[in-house]
Design a protein around this ligand. Sequence first.
Ligand code: GDP
Ligand code: MN
Length: 385
Amino acid sequence: MDLLEYQGKQLFARHGLKVSDGKAVTTVQDAVSAANEIGYPVVVKAQVLIGGRGKAGGVKLAADEAEARKHSGDILGMDIHGHTVRTLWIEHASEIATEYYASVLLDRSAKQPLIMFSVEGGVDIEEVAENTPEKLIRHHVDALDGLSREEAVKIASDGKADADVIEGVADALVALYEVWLAEDATLAEINPLIVTPEREVKALDSKVSLDDNALYRHPENQALSDSENEDPIERRAKEQGVQYVKLDGDIGILGNGAGLVMSTLDVVAQAGGRPANFLDAGGGSDAAKIKQAVELILENDAVKAVLFNIFGGITRCDEVAKGLIAAFEEIGVGGVRIPFVVRLDGTNDVAGRELLQEAALPNVHAARTMNEAAEKVVALAKEQA
Ligand code: GDP
Ligand code: MN
């Protein structure tokens, strides 16, 4: 679960990381009152789950009420790389002497937490990693010992933080590591971590992802889920208890069981196609569940053709066929404008195929094997493009 900047900053504050006070608002009027209350200059910041807001015009300084009103009006409703701005964070503007970078994440290949620090902050850290890797300090932490203060000081000095703020940076690193560990985050990033002219070290931005599987340990974090900013189809799938992940291709994928869906993605890619989603209808999928799954897939306008790959075990292929027929009936045959390729194999597959044949749904194509199904669906999607 990704957090908005201001939510991440709330976690930061909980663990003693310095952040500016501010207020989250959703209207221009509330933004202006918040700014008046906080005191000028303020910074008006779009709250969306995507980086690069500054460059896109989603972060603006306001020196007075008129500017606060103008910037709030401009930024609310703005589209930032496909994300509509519905919430603003207004905070007292900081003076910046220097911008650093700091993050903690799990390095899966090293099986250890990884702390990164750089004095080249405020810019795209991937660029720093690529062009001046010597300026990005990477330090693995022993997960059992945790991050000691001495280690943090060494990271700050190895990274060539200004001498007078080594202690402040070390404090920030220790606090950031604590956020990552105590909140069960998968990523905790500060870019920029600033030094003010008064030489205070402070988090000006936050990027925090929490581990969904550990959310049950943090009841206070469960409410942070920002359903407004979630993909609407993914949100509906979650409500219906269906495993759905949106991808950026044009071939809708539906299977039962995560393993089968993953191999379906692979064969479609091998056949030269690009999957539009991962959708696992689960074991024991009955007709109602299949219908929901079909509707979810069709909600994505990018989908040009659908591959329906079912291996019957507990799931019975005749039930799946009934679900598909019911879905087509309900949506209306005219509503389903795109071709479906169906492969049914396993329990009751013969009965399932017979049902489909009797129903004679227009634009439904049967395939006997997974490879044949993949090739067919890729060809059909190309025809639609
Ligand atoms: P991002 O573009 O999505 O990463 O958003 P950030 O929160 O990192 O803001 C982008 C940039 O705006 C920062 O790198 C700063 O240069 C600038 N900025 C943000 N907040 C302030 C502030 O309080 N004062 C000043 N002077 N600049 C700010
Ligand atoms: Mn940033």
